[in-house]
Ligand binder design. Sequence first.
Ligand code: SF4
Ligand code: SF4
Length: 371
Amino acid sequence: MFSKEDNILRLKDASRAMEICNACRYCETLCPVFPQITQFRTFDKPTLNYLSNLCHNCKGCFHGCQYAPPHEFDLNIPKTFSELRVDSYIQYAFPNILGKLFAKNGTVVSILIAVCIGLLFIVGTYFNSADSLFTAYEGKGSFFKVIPYEIMTLVSGLIFFHVIIAFIVGFRRFWTENGDKMSELKDLSLWKYAMGAAATLKHLDGGDNGHGCNHIDDRFGHSRKWFHHAVMYGFILTLISTTLAAIYHHFLGLHAPYDFDSLVVITGTLGGILMVIGCIGLTYIKIKADPIPISQKLLGMDYSFIAMLALVNITGLLLLVFREGAWMPSLLCIHLGFVLAFFLMMPYCKFVHLLYRLGALLKYAKYVRNN
Ligand code: SF4
Ligand code: SF4
């Protein structure tokens, strides 16, 4: 995505910007990045990786800065940090090659994977019984008449296992890069601060002024925070739904599909609708936003992430509506294709910001604790 020369120039530029900000300090109350930089005299790559993941891209320091373009200092911290962040995702990715592949063309790679997995299920189902792809099934266990339970569990289990390993390795690389020890994570006060800030998206309030982000232009607003909330809590609700479904299946002997008034369907549907709303809102903000503080090179990666998330949920909602019709088998294969492809890309796409942002908040919690 970026050449070696690009990366060296960006690091120099980011380091220069941080030194200017350290002297200026005008933005000190805007977000955690600015109080944190006062602790550094020089800015090497690990420090910049940490700071860029602590940034939540509110663009306040661009619109408020007297040295932003057209000033000759040309400070554009949101853009520089967003490129540094993506570079850090590639650096921490496990295996590294997948990080590079997704960074090169995330949209094509994710759609290809989704189509491959979906096709795999369709072909498997067709060989199982040529009619089953176009048959209306009713009653409990109908999903497993299309894709046998063992196949569904094996494929999703392998992908889930891979994702967990990639997250653990990536987080460890991020956390220890600045010399922090894994054992420091035993301090529950760090988790209390970081989880509190993440759950409330506290820093998207726009620092001390509380007016929100400059997500579109120099006007302040809270809509970006609410759309992020919709995506985050929607995702949590769908995770709750999947966990409940696993408990019902394994411990209560109750098999999908579940009734419309069951907790599995209610949490899953609510989560899906919230995520679709969040995706539409975030796309609108991206389209409308002032392009100068945005890295145009990264827009494709952003849109592919939002599109995949929306497709996972839209196909899931369609499956819910048509689950008793003849379209159910094909819809189930397509939906599973998107779900599994999304899970597979989670450690390499923008989703991983969640992990490193949490890590950066944990590091920042150390600064808060010590000051
Ligand atoms: S972004 Fe600009 S205004 Fe803000 S601290 Fe840095 S130099 Fe000062
Ligand atoms: S864009 Fe917002 S969060 Fe990022 S450094 Fe600037 S003020 Fe802080």
